[in-house]
Design a protein around this ligand. Structure first.
Ligand SMILES: *[C@@H]1O[C@H](CO)[C@@H](O)[C@H](O)[C@H]1NC(C)=O
Ligand SMILES: *[C@@H]1O[C@H](CO)[C@@H](O)[C@H](O)[C@H]1NC(C)=O
Ligand SMILES: *[C@@H]1O[C@H](CO)[C@@H](O)[C@H](O)[C@H]1NC(C)=O
Ligand SMILES: *[C@@H]1O[C@H](CO)[C@@H](O)[C@H](O)[C@H]1NC(C)=O
Ligand SMILES: *[C@@H]1O[C@H](CO)[C@@H](O)[C@H](O)[C@H]1NC(C)=O
Ligand SMILES: *[C@@H]1O[C@H](CO)[C@@H](O)[C@H](O)[C@H]1NC(C)=O
Ligand SMILES: *[C@@H]1O[C@H](CO)[C@@H](O)[C@H](O)[C@H]1NC(C)=O
Length: 557
């Protein structure tokens, strides 16, 4: 039954037209913490969406709580206004009043709300963890995570924020700041959802985690985190995984010191540094972001999750991700996992188009490659790897836009995204169902236009999100006559069928049977203008990476 039925009953019972009018614009949900007032949005196909946005799921992580694990929220008395998005976490932003450190918020979208007189069938829940390299973006509806597409399906959608950059990922290897705060935020959001989503018509026993890029890397960590056990039941891992060549450290003290120096704080001793860092305004962190990188916003993955030393705290990560998946020590839930055809072409274009950067990369390839492509620096082995990658992908030629673009694109794509996914799929599929995809559809809109800033380069990083979430800064909402309609229908159909049943083949669309990956066949669904089943995703390229970064047990040295 519909909320409008509730409203109708409310009208009949109260005969109070003013109240009824108010209720029909502002749905109210009662939770055990307090009551929440939402608003009504319209889905792409014209359905009503009850939206509850900007709900705090943790105390504001400010002052002494900065850098610390999130704390649960206290109950409230008055009606909580959740009619608009909350702020995004501190980051450089066009509009500063949309940013605040009080950013631990989530948005809930539902089409049915249970009430005193109304029983409903609880809907399956899809939780979205946003991308942005652990230092950008948010789950806000009006910037990059609008619900208009997914809410045409029968699900409850939740989007979450988590702390970013130094504020979310600082790790000094001490009890004071063991790291992973942003990931613990995500866990806190999942716990909030488990406790309260039924008030919004969601089923806490059927939660699908869907993460993109940094959010996907996070999702693969939730699969192995002792803190996340049992909080979700299926996973959609889009364009990143934690099983890459990146060595997961136990702290990033050097990065903490870099941040401290940029903000004029002492870098030793650690307690003085932290005390100073706790006093700096959050805007200082956003303003210094670009100076945290080594070269031109690289390495793209700067803040890393850490394997936390044990100080008796609740640890988010206590083992190496690749080893955990290798051992089969993870939540063996059904998984959708995949990448886009062209992924990280953006930095390749940026480096090759800029003469200074291009020359620098050309002359210092052996030292810059490990920074850009995320492997150990300064060792002989590192130098060997750089040489081999240059031979294999760039034919050892001088770098030029014309000749090196594809090779450099592949290097960024594989090192930042593809190889980790290849390894994740290989290891996870030994223990659980993995439906793999490659997204190759190219529509009229994209996150990278090249050449002439007019034509989409291909299917790059984030391009598949354009058909799952509305992203007003990048594309309009596609209507049923737009050519993109079919891709919206397919992606939202398959993803929600998976959230509802654990099998994307239950989507009400025309598609080939999507075969899971098996021991012998690396099946994947190619999501292009047509849907086709294929075998062996970028097998030749990933063989090079496999050879350079062998699995621990396959290491024959
Ligand atoms: C900035 O954000 C605030 C709060 O969301 C909003 O009221 C204001 O209109 C925005 N300003 C601009 C220029 O977009
Ligand atoms: C929510 O709580 C308010 C105030 O306690 C009450 O008037 C209202 O009937 C409740 N609504 C539902 C749907 O339970
Ligand atoms: C090229 O890159 C350098 C180093 O990042 C930067 O200072 C310069 O502004 C860039 N040039 C152009 C034309 O974008
Ligand atoms: C690096 O490559 C050289 C030449 O191929 C080889 O002799 C050496 O053992 C390699 N070193 C490492 C640490 O891999
Ligand atoms: C790059 O390719 C374009 C088009 O193929 C050609 O016009 C141009 O001369 C080439 N530039 C160089 C430096 O080779
Ligand atoms: C659909 O959107 C296109 C622009 O992308 C517009 O030209 C067209 O009129 C729209 N169709 C409908 C039915 O709204
Ligand atoms: C557009 O997609 C909707 C579902 O998302 C579907 O019902 C409709 O048939 C599609 N229209 C066209 C013209 O493909």
């Amino acid at each position: 039954m519909h909320l409008f039925t509730v409203i109708l009953i409310a009208i009949l019972l109260s005969n109070n037209r003013a109240l009824a009018d108010h209720l029909s614009q502002f749905p109210v949900v009662n939770t055990s913490l307090g009551s929440i007032k939402g608003s009504i949005l319209t889905s792409r196909l014209g359905k009503n969406i009850f939206a509850f946005r900007g709900i705090r799921y943790a105390k504001p992580p400010i002052e002494d709580l900065r850098f610390r694990p999130p704390q649960p929220v206290d109950p409230w008395e008055n009606l909580l206004d959740a009619t608009e998005d909350g702020p995004m976490c501190p980051q450089p932003a066009y509009n500063r009043s949309e940013v605040s450190e009080d950013c631990l918020r989530l948005n809930i979208y539902t089409k049915q709300i249970p009430g005193k007189l109304i029983r409903i069938q609880p809907q399956n829940v899809l939780v979205y963890i946003h991308p942005g390299g652990f230092y950008a973006f948010s789950g806000q509806s009006h910037n990059n995570a609008g619900p208009q597409y997914l809410m045409d399906q029968d699900i409850v959608l939740v989007t979450i924020n988590y702390r970013l950059g130094s504020l979310g990922f600082m790790s000094t290897g001490t009890e004071d700041c063991p790291g992973n705060a942003g990931l613990k935020d995500q866990v806190m959001a999942l716990r909030w959802i488990r406790n309260h989503i039924s008030s919004f018509g969601g089923n806490p026993d059927s939660v699908t985690l869907m993460g993109y890029s940094a959010g996907a890397l996070s999702t693969t960590l939730h699969l192995i985190s002792p803190m996340s056990r049992g909080l979700f039941h299926r996973a959609i891992v889009m364009s990143a995984a934690a099983t890459s060549q990146v060595k997961i450290p136990t702290d990033q003290i050097e990065l903490a010191r870099k941040q401290a120096a940029l903000l004029g704080c002492p870098v030793i001793p650690a307690d003085k540094m932290m005390a100073c860092l706790r006093k700096k305004p959050a805007t200082d962190y956003a303003d210094s972001l670009e100076y945290m990188f080594v070269i031109s916003w690289n390495p793209v993955l700067l803040w890393k999750p850490v394997i936390e030393p044990n100080f008796g705290q609740e640890r988010f990560l206590d083992q190496d991700p690749t080893e955990a998946f290798l051992k089969g020590d993870f939540m063996k839930v059904p998984i959708i996992a995949g990448i886009t055809k062209d992924e990280f072409a953006g930095p390749a274009v940026a480096f090759l188009r800029n003469e200074t950067l291009r020359n620098e990369l050309d002359l210092n390839f052996d030292t810059l490659a490990p920074i850009l492509f995320l492997y150990e620096r300064h060792t002989e082995e590192s130098k060997n790897r750089s040489r081999l990658l240059r031979e294999e992908f760039l034919r050892d030629e001088p770098l030029s836009l014309n000749n090196s673009l594809q090779g450099l694109n592949y290097l960024f794509a594989d090192s930042l995204i593809g190889f980790a996914m290849h390894r994740f799929v290989q290891l996870a599929s030994r223990h659980t169902l993995v439906y793999q995809y490659k997204f190759s559809y190219v529509g009229r809109y994209s996150f990278l236009y090249y050449p002439y800033e007019k034509t989409p380069y291909g299917a790059v990083h984030h391009d598949d999100l354009l058909y799952l979430l509305s992203i007003p800064s990048r594309a309009p909402i596609f209507n049923v006559t737009d050519p993109e309609n079919l891709t919206v229908e397919r992606l939202t159909g398959m993803w929600s069928a998976f959230a509802n049943t654990g099998d994307p083949n239950n989507a009400q669309i025309s598609m080939p049977h999507w075969k899971p990956v098996t021991k012998t066949d690396n099946h994947y669904l190619n999501i292009g203008q047509v849907l086709t089943m294929e075998i062996g995703l970028f097998a030749e390229r990933f063989a090079i990476w496999d050879q350079l970064f062998p699995l621990p047990t396959e290491n024959t040295e």
